[in-house]
Design a protein around this ligand. Structure first.
Ligand code: INI
Length: 155
């Protein structure tokens, strides 16, 4: 039995990527940016085809991602941020709007938008996911976007 299988090759070639990084918790987010950039460059992306846009916080991510994704200038968008729970419900509002908005942007525009935004209860959990014992969510988001772009172009 042979099943037709569609898979995305992890080769960036001439693809154009937009990274969007929140300044809030920048000491964590910078690690996610570094991870995503390293991943893209090691998979053949050209520096000239990568743009980094810095924004205030995760709450602003959807509106910026929407404009970037709709511009037609990029094959994939990678959102990077860190929302860390504090003493008030603020975390829940910011995290919910961010994830909902980003998912909406991808569906509305058809451009893959990677969710490299940490949502953690503690600073320690964020550090673990920004290049230490639980990996680097920036790398994962970059990989997911590259793979999804390569899948979509075959459908
Ligand atoms: N923005 C974040 O990116 N991470 C956070 O943890 C965070 N917290 O906890 O407040 C945060 N808040 C700022 C928010 O994203 C907006 O920039 C701000 O509310 C102005 O609109």
């Amino acid at each position: 039995m042979s099943i037709k299988t569609i898979e995305g090759k992890l080769e960036a070639g001439k693809l154009r990527f937009a990274l969007i990084a929140a300044r809030f918790n920048d000491f964590i987010v910078d690690k996610l940016v570094a991870g995503a950039l390293d991943y893209l460059l090691r998979h053949g992306a050209d520096e000239k085809n990568i743009t980094l846009t810095r924004i205030p916080g995760a709450f602003e991510m959807p509106v910026v991602a929407r404009k970037i994704a709709a511009s037609g200038k990029y094959d994939g968008v990678i959102c990077l941020g860190a929302v860390i729970r504090g003493a008030t419900p603020h975390f829940d509002f910011v995290a919910t709007e961010c994830v909902k908005g980003i998912a909406h942007v991808a569906l509305e525009t058809g451009v893959p938008v990677g969710f490299g935004v940490l949502t953690t209860d503690t600073l320690e959990q964020a550090i673990e996911r920004a290049g230490s014992k639980a990996g680097n969510k920036g790398v994962e988001a970059a990989q997911a976007v590259l793979e999804t772009v390569r899948v979509l172009e075959q459908l």
